[in-house]
Design a protein around this ligand. Structure first.
Ligand SMILES: Cc1cc2nc3c(=O)[nH]c(=O)nc-3n(C[C@H](O)[C@H](O)[C@H](O)COP(=O)(O)OP(=O)(O)OC[C@H]3O[C@@H](n4cnc5c(N)ncnc54)[C@H](O)[C@@H]3O)c2cc1C
Length: 461
């Protein structure tokens, strides 16, 4: 009898787990992958993909409003939430099937069940079966935080439920100031809902460049979204179909949905980590891993959101691929987590790569800032009251562009490409040597000639 039933057991069929299972199987390993909910995980089922579809849907209202300035008369429009949700669900089901088919085609076996450690090599399935595996990959992802148990917390939805609301809320209160909170605030505002954002900090998008934070807030407020900072929701009452949220500043806000998007935690509980001897990283609460995603137990690895490093789909995928190459492909690969481009699909959207101004000024002695805010060309005829922000951060000693931050239409698409230049360590002189492409918004990135600010840090005493 073989010592192990399989070479690799993957717990979690999300972005990272599916990629790892597929590549390991293509390297010739015997692979099993367990998924307790739906194949594809957070990104496909209740994250990036359905969210972006809702962003597209809500942005159409802007297009309709902007059309008049270009001579179009659109007599009457209406929007049907159930149609959008049904079409979105159809697409998600298609993707879920494609994920399952691709991993099976590579030779891995998909187990539609929950799995937990019984010991360091044994997995117990919810079906009652036991599987012994030579290697185990933990790819269980993360889940929304609900925060402290305030009175009425049972009335509050998270990003898990928001994709399945039976009707469009006329009024919604969203607590949170991170990217998920802002994206849903803009989605609902686009559909015409009355939106209030409540955030405990002094400004939204903590961790982003301060100019981006200020610009996004002002653009969202221009769209009619109310943003209340420095306060929290203390209690939620329900009366019939309506809710009243009581805030720490003494005010109360009525709505017909209350959503919390106040952060996510890694899925580390109730999977038997202690039985397997897998350690937790005390600094972030995720599974403790080294540069090759290896845990404190040599044959157990962990990737993606459960390690709480950089919680993004492409990062989980890259980590899953690197794991499979390292363990089964005879190619040791450590993922480089520096200069990862990222976006916030609020409206207008944010694209960002590299360091913020604050980070750059802490790291380098001479920092030049190139900043421009301007009215996009389209807004001249549409009449929309909006401005774009573009900001480059340059280490003035080496002339290297170490950060790029954009707020405006297509910012995410631009930053995906600028990300290549930043990763290649392009200098400001390289940007200047690049011919502008006219007329675009992106040309601003290669035509900002003079720094708007120069910062010199005095040597520490
Ligand atoms: C609303 C929202 C929007 C997002 N938007 C973006 C975006 O625009 N861009 C971006 O890059 N990232 C985005 N993300 C983040 C992205 O979804 C995650 O970083 C990514 O899905 C992480 O992949 P993963 O494989 O680590 O985990 P997941 O995709 O979460 O997969 C983990 C899987 O494990 C399963 N599982 C858990 N425990 C067990 C168990 N014991 N047994 C069996 N199965 C188990 C879960 O059901 C889940 O399917 C978003 C997230 C959310 C919530």
């Amino acid at each position: 009898m073989a010592e192990f039933d399989t070479d690799l057991f993957v717990i979690g069929g999300g972005s990272g787990g599916v990629r790892a299972a597929r590549i390991a199987a293509l390297h010739g390993a015997r692979v099993m992958i367990a998924e307790e909910y739906r194949m594809g995980g957070t990104c496909v089922i209740r994250g990036c993909v359905p969210k972006k579809l809702l962003v597209y849907a809500s942005h159409i209202r802007h297009e309709i409003e902007d059309a008049a300035g270009f001579g179009w008369t659109i007599p009457q429009v209406s929007f049907d939430w159930p149609t959008l949700i049904a079409n979105k669900d159809k697409e998600i089901a298609r993707l879920e099937a494609a994920y399952t088919a691709n991993v099976e085609k590579a030779g891995a076996r998909v187990l539609k069940t929950r799995a937990e450690f019984e010991d360091a090599h044994t997995l117990r399935l919810a079906t009652g079966e036991r599987v012994r595996s030579k290697y185990v990959l933990i790819a269980t992802g993360g889940a929304p935080n609900h925060g402290s148990a305030i009175p009425g917390i049972e009335h509050v939805i998270s990003s898990n439920e928001v994709f399945h609301l039976p009707s469009l809320p006329r009024r919604i209160l969203i607590q949170g100031g991170g990217y998920i909170a802002l994206e849903f605030a803009c989605i609902f505002a686009g559909f015409g809902s009355d939106v209030t954002v409540v955030y405990r900090g002094d400004n939204v998008l903590r961790g982003f460049d301060d100019d981006v934070r200020a610009h996004v807030r002002s653009e969202m407020e221009k769209e009619g979204i109310t943003i209340l900072t420095g306060c929290t929701v203390k209690a939620v009452d329900k009366h019939g179909k309506d809710f009243t949220s009581h805030l720490s500043n003494g005010s109360s806000i009525g709505s017909d949905q209350v959503m919390f998007a106040i952060g996510r935690h890694p899925n580390v509980v109730n999977i038997g980590l202690e039985k397997a001897g897998v350690g937790i990283n005390p600094s972030n609460g995720g599974i403790d891993v080294d540069g090759f995603s290896r845990t404190t137990v040599p044959h157990i690895y962990a990737i993606g959101d459960v390690t709480h490093r950089l919680n993004l789909t492409p990062v989980a995928i890259r980590e899953g691929h690197a794991f499979a190459d390292t363990v089964f492909g005879k190619r040791q690969i450590a993922v480089d987590h520096a200069d990862v481009p990222t976006a916030v699909f609020c409206q207008p959207e944010v694209g960002t790569v590299g360091l913020t101004e604050t980070q750059a000024r802490a790291q380098f002695t001479h920092v030049d800032i190139y900043k421009s805010t301007f009215r996009p060309m389209k807004a001249t005829l549409s009449g929309r009251d909006t401005r774009m922000l573009m900001k480059l951060i340059v280490d003035a000693t080496s002339d290297r562009v170490v950060g790029c931050h954009i707020v405006g239409d297509d910012a995410a698409e631009m930053v995906q490409l600028i990300g290549i230049a930043v990763k290649m360590k392009a200098t400001k002189a390289d940007f200047d040597a690049t011919m502008a492409l006219h007329p675009t918004a992106a040309e601003e990135l290669v035509t900002m000639r003079n720094p708007t600010e120069r910062h010199v840090r005095q040597a520490a005493e």
